[in-house]
Design a binder for this molecule. Structure first.
Ligand SMILES: Nc1nc2c(ncn2[C@@H]2O[C@H](COP(=O)(O)OP(=O)(O)OP(=O)(O)O)[C@@H](O)[C@H]2O)c(=O)[nH]1
Ligand SMILES: [Mg+2]
Length: 417
């Protein structure tokens, strides 16, 4: 398929307000950012208050009329609905409006497709795209060419637009096999990491909160950090020394967003689950955003969906340098909270201290006198734990240290007691 250069798309954003109209408005503002990230310009907003989305057409009849007029008036080239449309809703809207109809899911898939750079990321995105399309294939005839397209036409899945169901099915099976292989690779890496016994902190948070900036500031990782949604897709891990001398691995992960498409959650499970294998979670929050509370809620909901509920959490209220920063921000679900600017580095000492406190809580304190024959144990403590003091006395070596639970039995002293 040959793509000719397209004019910039102008879209009308359509949302349904189920309860709080302000919330629907904010959700559309975010949709506008998503659209901009994907390269489309927003021409207008339409919000309808309804008890539930219309099962056949997403919005009601009157609203469809309104949208039809607006499309003409604003010279818009399509609409984007703020929820995932069912195949029927999509088809009906297309027939009624005779324009390009997209939804939030398609948009997010589109952005992910443009961002995926590693083979794992590409497989995951294509898989999610195909699963999304699979259910929207039958009985659409020529509408498919419009149906499959997001903003512009790009991404690993786009060229397969006209594939029939059977082909898609076998492609999905193949991608699943490939994904299994990369998953195994990820597991091996993870195992190696856990063997090294260096604790892992997963940096999670809403998209654009400053996760990558934090990793860059802490480790000089040099990864892309930008003022756009979903700048990061592939997890990056870097090492950093804490003030006590102990090393820690920090993993930057893909950002969360409200209404994250379930196809993406499924496909990206292994990437998203990086946090599952971490010793602690750094929850980065953009505390200069008016949407901070909803965003924090979304992050905890997503973690719960991924069954990551039993980890110590340090909530990092970020962007302290910005005028809108909320000094009063609180997070009662977190074990610790700190206020920082990942950009300027302000508050990082406090963050590192909080990390040490959490890690220490997972460790056992030893205060013991070791005989000189037990010196090898002190080597182990030095390697895997935090050796605070060692004092060479006549009757042995007096040690104060924190050690991980797993090695406690191995290193505790036999002397005395
Ligand atoms: N003023 C200010 N801007 C910040 C701070 N931290 C991050 N930013 C900016 O916020 C934007 C997003 O930062 P990223 O680090 O890319 O955010 P992220 O959480 O990795 O986002 P995704 O990977 O897209 O999910 C960038 O423009 C950063 O420069 C901060 O402490 N202060
Ligand atoms: Mg990032």
């Amino acid at each position: 398929m040959i793509e000719t250069a397209k004019e910039r798309e102008r879209v009308i954003l359509v949302g349904v307000s189920l309860s709080d109209p302000k919330d629907a408005r904010r959700s559309l503002e975010e949709l506008e950012e998503l659209a901009a990230t994907a390269g489309a310009e927003t021409a207008g907003y339409v919000i309808q208050s309804r008890e539930q989305t219309h099962p056949a057409t997403y919005v009601g009849k009157g609203k469809i009329e309104e949208i039809r007029d607006l499309l003409w008036e604003l010279e818009a080239t399509g609409i984007i609905c703020d929820d995932e449309l069912s195949p029927v809703q999509m088809k009906n809207l297309q027939d009624e409006l005779n324009t390009k109809v997209m939804d939030r899911t398609l948009l997010i898939l589109d952005i992910f497709a443009g961002r995926a750079s590693t083979s794992e990321g590409k497989i995951q995105v294509e898989l999610a795209q195909l699963k999304y399309r699979q259910t929207r294939l039958t009985g659409f005839g020529t509408a498919m060419s419009r149906l499959g397209g997001g903003i512009g036409t790009r991404g690993p899945g786009e060229k397969k637009l006209e594939m029939d169901r059977r082909l898609i099915k076998s492609r999905i099976a193949q991608l699943n096999r490939e994904l299994k292989a990369v998953k195994r690779h990820r597991e091996v890496t993870r195992e190696q990491r856990s063997k090294s016994r260096i604790p892992v902190a997963a940096i999670v948070g809403y998209t654009n909160a400053g996760k990558s900036t934090l990793l860059n500031t802490l480790t000089g990782a040099g990864i892309l950090a930008e003022d756009q949604l979903f700048a990061t897709l592939d997890p990056t891990t870097r090492e950093r020394k804490l003030p006590s001398g102990q090393k820690i691995l920090l993993t930057d992960t893909v950002g969360f967003i409200r209404k994250l498409p379930h196809h993406l959650i499924d496909a990206f499970r292994s990437t998203l689950e990086e946090a599952k294998y971490a010793d602690l979670i750094l929850h980065v929050v953009d505390a200069s955003s008016p949407q901070m509370d909803e965003q924090m809620y979304t992050v905890y909901e997503t973690l719960r969906n991924l069954e990551i509920t039993d980890k110590p959490v340090i909530t990092v209220f970020n962007k302290k340098d910005r005028p809108g920063f909320d000094e009063m921000a609180r997070d009662f679900r977190a074990d610790h909270t700190v206020r920082i600017s990942a950009k300027s580095g302000d508050g990082l000492d406090e963050l590192l201290a909080a990390i040490e406190t959490v890690l220490r809580q997972q460790k056992i304190y030893i205060e013991d006198l070791y005989s000189y024959q037990e010196a090898a144990k002190i080597q182990l403590i030095r390697k895997y734990g935090e050796l605070h003091s060692e004092e060479y006395r006549e009757d042995g070596i007096f040690v104060q240290a924190f050690v991980p639970v797993e090695i406690y039995e191995k290193v505790k002293g036999n002397s005395g007691e």
